[in-house]
Design a protein around this ligand. Sequence first.
Ligand code: FNR
Length: 187
Amino acid sequence: MRLLFFAGSAREGSHNKKLAQLGQQIAAANGIEAVFADLADYHMPIYHGDLEDDQGVPDRALAFKALLEAYDGVLIVTPEYNASIPPLLKNTLDWVSRVKSAEDVYKTRVFAISGASPGYYGAMRSLLTLRQILEVGLGATVIPQQMALPRASQAFEADGSLKDENQQKMFASVIEALAVAARKFAS
Ligand code: FNR
């Protein structure tokens, strides 16, 4: 059973990348094969129907879909932009949904979602949107456990762990629940 972690931000100092990387570390510390992927390495043009008709799906969408296919469980950590998910994340999910292949990558693995924000709500509203896109739009299974990390600018220790012990425990329980669900899905 293998887990993939990525964030809906390509920003170098991204709080959401930090949280996704922490998830990868927690999983690895529990003996799970886990990888963090950076969307900065999968930059794609904004979806446009004419672009798709003329040039097909970008190679990076094919590559990102292939990456997803290699994992049984995926944690997506999303920022909140104006009460929704960032265009980077939506664009990535949209392009991958346009790749034609036998396997529907969204329906054949299990997802968890979390988010981080410098504000007080911890990207909670973007989590509602992301859950709906994944479940209703893409037919994915998304586990109920999730983490919304508020005041993210002050939340991390230098080693990438969370300063607040309860938050660290809560996030670890999200990873554990994803691992349990992914094992079931994979068998
Ligand atoms: C934001 N930000 C933000 N934060 C929030 O909690 N609720 C919101 O609705 C918004 N809206 C919003 C819109 C736009 C266009 C930007 C650029 C930013 C702030 C956002 O949470 C902050 O920039 C995070 O640091 C972005 O995540 P990363 O890059 O740190 O992972």
